[in-house]
Design a protein around this ligand. Sequence first.
Ligand SMILES: NC(=O)c1ccc[n+]([C@@H]2O[C@H](COP(=O)([O-])OP(=O)(O)OC[C@H]3O[C@@H](n4cnc5c(N)ncnc54)[C@H](OP(=O)(O)O)[C@@H]3O)[C@@H](O)[C@H]2O)c1
Length: 248
Amino acid sequence: MIAIITGATGDIGEEFVRKLIGEVDSVWAVGRSENKLSSLKDLFGEKIIPVKVDLSDKDEIFGFCRKIESEKPSIKYLVNNAGTAKLAPVSVFTLEEISDMLDINDKAATLICRACIPYMEKDSYILNIASASAFQPNPYIALYSASKAYLLSFTRSLNVENESITCTAVCPGWVDTKMLPKTNNGKDIKYPGMVTASKVVESALKDCKKGKDVSVCSFYYRYMRFLSKVTPHKTLMKFWVKGIQQYI
Ligand SMILES: NC(=O)c1ccc[n+]([C@@H]2O[C@H](COP(=O)([O-])OP(=O)(O)OC[C@H]3O[C@@H](n4cnc5c(N)ncnc54)[C@H](OP(=O)(O)O)[C@@H]3O)[C@@H](O)[C@H]2O)c1
C-alpha cells in the first residue's frame, strides 16, 4: 500500500510525506530535482521511493503514468501537490511559462489521477492541492487562479464519479512556504490570514477522512469562500486589485 505525492520536495509536499509515511508501506515521492529527492530520502528513510519527473514535460508525465500502469501499485493516497505561480499580468508571461504552468498545475494532475484510479483501493483518497484563489477570478494571478479553479471543479466531479475514492480539493489561502515571495518592488509583502503548511495538511487529511470534497483550513478563508458565493465577482476583483496593486 503506497502514497504518491507530487511536489514532495516542496514545503506542503514534505508535510504530506511527514504525516502519511506512517500509514503506508512506501511513499513515491515525485519531484524534478534528484538532489532534493535524495535529501528527502535522507530525512525520512527507506520508505521513500524517489521518482524523478518534470511535470512540465509531456513525455515524462506519460512515462510516469505508464510506470503506474505497469507496476500496478495498491494506492491509498494520491496527493497532486506540485504547482507553480507567478504574480504578473498575463501580457508579460512568455508562451513557455503559460504552457508550463497549465501543464504542471492541471494537465499533470489530471493525467496522474486517471493513471492511479484503477489501482486505488476502496476507502482511498485523492487530494488535489488547489487554492482559495479558485473561488473567484484574480487579476495578476489570473493564470494561477484559473488553473486552480479547474482543479477545484475537476476534483469535485471526480469525487462523484468514483464512489469508493474520496476526492478532495484542498483550497488554502496564503501558506507560509517558499512559493511566496517575501518582497516585491522593494516592499515587504503582507499575506492576510497566512497559515503554516502543517496546518493545511492536518486539516486536509481530517477533511478527506470525513468525506469532504473541498477542504479550506481556516475560518478566514471559509468566510472568503462564502463571500465569493454571495458577492458579484466584479466587486471582489476590485478589492483584490486594490490590495495587491502596490506589489505589481
Ligand atoms: N504557498 C501558498 O500560499 C499556497 C496557497 C494555496 C495553494 N498552494 C499550492 O500548494 C502546492 C504546494 O506549494 P508550496 O506552497 O508548498 O510551494 P513549494 O514549496 O514551492 O512547492 C512546489 C512544489 O512543486 C514542485 N514543482 C514545481 N514545478 C515542477 C515541475 N515542473 N515538475 C515537478 N515538480 C514541480 C516543486 O519542485 P522543486 O522543489 O523542484 O521546485 C515543489 O516540490 C502548490 O500546488 C501551490 O499552488 C500554495
